[in-house]
Design a protein around this ligand. Structure first.
Ligand SMILES: [Zn+2]
Length: 214
């Protein structure tokens, strides 16, 4: 299909018009990726834009039918087993949120491209590295085709530096420990060690009301 001719004579502008695009929000555990995605989706809802949200069925934490951040923000969502399901469930939504994109496999890249080519705004949150510091596919591939990339940093629990690594603090080999936030700490480059599983912080009472902690 031939794209429509520009209506402004081709003068450059800073934000996209009459087209879709891909935004990726990435970073380590506890960097606020899901919260940032929910903030953007809520803002779209306030503007009466149709929003739909997907998350992998593998992520069972907290709730089956909504996307939850560790801080307790949430938004209703579809649970899916594969990225391809998004294409059949998306219907006419103009804004598509996808949480925990690192669990949705290589098809996620083409699915996001298709959604954006159809004129939709696509917002994906996902880890860029696994607990060994390896790029966590398909997020690196998605970064390559995204228009907008936000890399959130957490705070190192050892020194307070900006942190971009997920330190595993339980001695398990599986690449994925879903929903086990207590199994990780945010660490900076200097304090991240994938071969040392000793935690340095008290367990966080994640997902509970702040008032319940005292
Ligand atoms: Zn540190």
């Amino acid at each position: 299909m031939t794209p429509p001719l520009p209506t402004n004579g081709g003068v450059p502008h800073l934000t996209p018009r009459d087209t879709g695009w891909i935004e990726v929000i990435t970073g380590c555990m506890f960097s606020g990726k899901t919260e940032e995605m929910i903030r953007r989706l809520r803002r779209a809802q306030y503007a009466r834009q149709s929003v739909v949200v997907f998350k992998p069925a593998i992520d069972q934490r907290y709730s089956a039918d909504q996307v939850d951040s560790h801080s307790g923000m949430h938004i209703k969502s579809f649970r899916i087993d594969s990225a391809l399901e998004i294409l059949t469930l998306v219907e006419d939504a103009r804004v598509v949120g996808i949480d925990e994109g690192q669990f949705l496999g290589p098809d996620l890249v083409n699915v996001c491209e298709q959604l954006a080519n159809d004129g939709r705004r696509v917002i994906v949150a996902g880890l860029d590295q696994d607990y060994m510091g390896r790029p966590f596919e398909p997020i690196p591939q998605l970064l390559a085709v995204a228009e907008y990339i936000t890399k959130n940093l957490a705070i190192c629990v050892v020194c307070g530096n900006p942190a971009d690594r997920s330190q595993r603090v339980v001695n398990r080999d599986a690449r994925v420990l879903v929903g086990e936030a207590d199994a990780y700490e945010a660490r900076c480059r200097a304090h991240w060690d994938p071969h040392n599983f000793d935690p340095v912080q008290e367990p966080l009472l994640l997902g509970r009301n702040i008032a319940d902690r005292t």
